[in-house]
Design a binder for this molecule. Structure first.
Ligand SMILES: [Zn+2]
Ligand SMILES: [Zn+2]
Length: 253
């Protein structure tokens, strides 16, 4: 399995438009973060988790020629706003399967009604195949995927476990019976916004506590705000098996 971090930034991305914060002005490529998403590839399959406003640029950058589906964590715009840009895949492959909680499918239908139109649909509009994710494992290609449910303040969000790899973002709280689905991981990806408290995201300490409790072989932090600091400085402060993810990072497992 190969995982490519397509984006590792929080909702505004880094740099933030118009910001004079030193991290936003950094020339280190690791301090430039598009909105969060990962590309997961195994055998001949390629799936992306979330489809934010940087989707087009991310798929060009990753030279991704086809996708087998998009799996959504939740409906926030930084995770969904790029769905119109699946058009090149749709033109080549036909309707693209999407996987999401029933509530998220409903939100997508409301915001992107023209994509879900059945009568008088504009021929250039992309098409999707809806797949509802419940809190039970489901098949993607030849792999069984386990949803992990958590809370993003008052909004339910899904993370996903693919074999020994798990990806959780935009979580603030997670119950123990859901955390127990994350035992014996090779790689855990978890959101860590900044050092300061936040109402709807784990801060750095909260993320490190969960990593310490779960003891995956390696952990990567994502959905990062410029307020967390410079990549290279933050990395030096992290425990041995914990890494700050950055855009274009690829891991194999
Ligand atoms: Zn987000
Ligand atoms: Zn969110």
């Amino acid at each position: 399995m190969k995982v490519t971090f397509l984006g590792t930034g929080t909702s505004q991305g880094i740099p933030v438009i118009g910001s004079m914060h030193p991290v936003c002005l950094s020339s280190n490529p690791k301090d430039k973060r598009l909105r969060v998403s990962v590309l997961i590839e195994w055998d001949n399959y390629a799936y992306v988790i979330d489809c934010g406003p940087d989707f087009r640029q991310q798929m060009l950058r990753a030279e991704c020629h086809k996708i087998d589906g998009i799996i959504f964590t939740h409906e926030h715009a930084d995770h969904t706003a790029g769905i119109d840009d699946i058009r090149p895949y749709f033109f080549r492959q036909g309707d693209i399967p999407i996987y999401a909680h029933k509530r998220v499918l409903g939100e997508l239908e409301r915001r992107f009604d023209y994509i879900f139109e059945t009568e008088n649909k504009y021929p250039g509009a992309p098409g999707v195949i809806k797949n509802e994710v419940k809190n039970e494992s489901f098949k993607l290609g030849n792999l069984s995927v386990m949803p992990i449910s958590g809370m993003h303040y008052k909004l339910q969000v899904f993370g996903y476990r693919f074999g020994d790899f798990a990806y959780l973002t935009d979580m603030k709280t997670i119950e123990e019976h859901e955390l127990n689905k994350l035992q014996n991981l090779q790689v855990l990806v978890l959101n860590a916004l900044r050092e300061g408290e936040h109402i709807s995201h784990f801060n750095l300490n909260e993320a490190l506590e969960i990593i310490d409790w779960l003891q995956p072989k390696r952990a990567y932090l994502t959905h990062i705000s410029h307020l967390l600091g410079f990549h290279d400085e933050v990395q030096q402060k992290l425990p041995d098996n914990v890494y700050l993810a950055y855009d274009n990072l690829q891991i194999t497992l």
